[in-house]
Ligand binder design. Structure first.
Ligand SMILES: NC(=O)c1ccc[n+]([C@@H]2O[C@H](COP(=O)([O-])OP(=O)(O)OC[C@H]3O[C@@H](n4cnc5c(N)ncnc54)[C@H](OP(=O)(O)O)[C@@H]3O)[C@@H](O)[C@H]2O)c1
Length: 349
């Protein structure tokens, strides 16, 4: 059986640890925990899911650091006679993509065996894979895009709502065959565990599609402390001339569309021609038809709890890619500066 390490046992990590435990058995899954370590090691985890069922309880192995997880695995090999020294086949990262020192890429090092361990990133943002590819050039890097609304409502307890899909592909898209195989096997595990995994030749297109929404709605809602639909209503009649851009839904939605078009221009400069105005209009429409008060994006939830936000991964990297490609993104750049300032203000609190 494969051995899997989960780094980041939170809203997304715990449900996917449940899926993987279904597939390979909970004793083959180790979760590195931080704030929920005591609860997880005593009682395991519980997922309440609108799709998968209520009270899904499981108890994988729990460690308080990557080093402890590796020691536990080594202890197993001492007890197994004649077997090869076990290694982690997958390290699944579901911590938020927030810059730290040491970085998450560095923290997982003890669990990464060269050429063997596949590193799976279940995180939002764009260009987040580069630091892993730099540190682990010979390991498969699997990039994923999750559609999975979930919240940790108390330590180790997850509430999951209406949809679940994990889009998976190698980074880079033209990775060697062994890395492609690791992606296929990971999707097989998801399927076996009862989740929807979709394999993509190039999953970056999925990343850009999601970034269109995240890079504008997340910081806008965080900065205004309004949910998406509330933001539209609050700015409906400012008379800035953006109403027609917003399809008659006012200047707020017009502004959102203009920023999305900037992001689409960066995606196109990176080779994703179908991340275009049609897709922008589709995404704009989704927020416009929502009932009030609308959706609370994760950065708004972070601000409400005075936590650092994934500004760099979701907005900053898009701005830096734009600069590299010579695409002008004045509105996105402004949002980046303001949201970064807001997030920095929470550091050390
Ligand atoms: N939640 C969603 O609905 C959703 C949907 C789609 C995509 N995403 C993306 O998925 C990623 C994960 O988000 P999330 O909502 O699951 O975040 P989350 O609920 O905050 O969970 C992250 C977990 O990682 C842990 N962690 C962070 N740094 C750690 C470290 N150094 N050592 C050990 N544990 C560490 C955190 O521990 P502490 O509790 O100690 O901080 C927390 O348990 C993000 O990129 C997010 O944008 C989330």
């Amino acid at each position: 059986m494969p051995k899997i390490l989960l780094f980041g046992a939170g809203s997304l990590g715990i449900p996917y640890a449940w899926v993987l435990s279904n597939a390979i058995g909970q004793d083959n899954v180790t979760a590195v925990c931080r704030s929920n370590y005591a609860e997880a090691s005593r009682n395991g985890f519980t997922v309440h899911s609108k799709l998968w069922g209520e009270n899904l309880h499981f108890k994988p192995r729990v460690a308080n650091s990557v080093t402890e997880a590796v020691e536990q695995l080594a202890g197993d090999s001492d007890n197994e006679s004649g077997g090869e020294k076990p290694v982690f086949d997958y390290v699944v990262i579901a911590a938020k993509a927030i810059p730290t020192t040491p970085s998450t890429a560095q923290l997982i090092a003890p669990a990464v065996t060269e050429r063997i361990t596949a590193i799976v990133l279940i995180q939002n943002g764009i260009a987040i894979e580069e630091e892993y590819a730099t540190l682990y050039p010979n390991n498969p890097i699997l990039s994923t895009v999750a559609y999975f609304p979930a919240t940790q409502v108390s330590p180790g307890v997850i509430q999951h709502r209406e949809i679940e899909t994990l889009n998976v592909g190698t980074y880079p898209a033209d990775a060697e065959a062994a890395h492609k195989r690791a992606a296929e096997l990971f999707v097989d595990l998801l399927t076996k565990g009862g989740a929807t995994g979709k394999l993509h030749d190039d999953v970056q297109r999925e990343r850009w599609g999601k970034l269109l929404v995240n890079a504008v709605w997340n910081p806008t809602c965080a900065l205004t402390r309004l949910r998406d639909r509330q933001f539209i209503e609050a700015n409906r009649s400012l008379d800035l001339g953006l109403d027609s851009v917003g399809g008659g839904m006012g200047d707020g939605l017009g502004f959102i569309k203009e920023v999305m078009l900037e992001i689409a221009a960066v995606a196109q400069a990176c080779g994703y021609a179908d991340v275009n105005e049609e897709l922008v209009d589709f995404q704009i429409h989704r927020a416009a038809v929502r009932d009030l008060p609308g959706v609370q994006p994760s950065m708004l939830a972070d601000v409400n709890e005075a936590k650092s936000m994934e500004v760099d991964a979701i907005v900053g990297n898009a701005v830096r890619l734009a600069r590299r490609k010579g695409v002008n993104v004045p509105m996105l750049k402004t949002i980046y500066l303001l949201a970064n300032g807001l997030s920095e203000g929470f550091k050390g609190k």
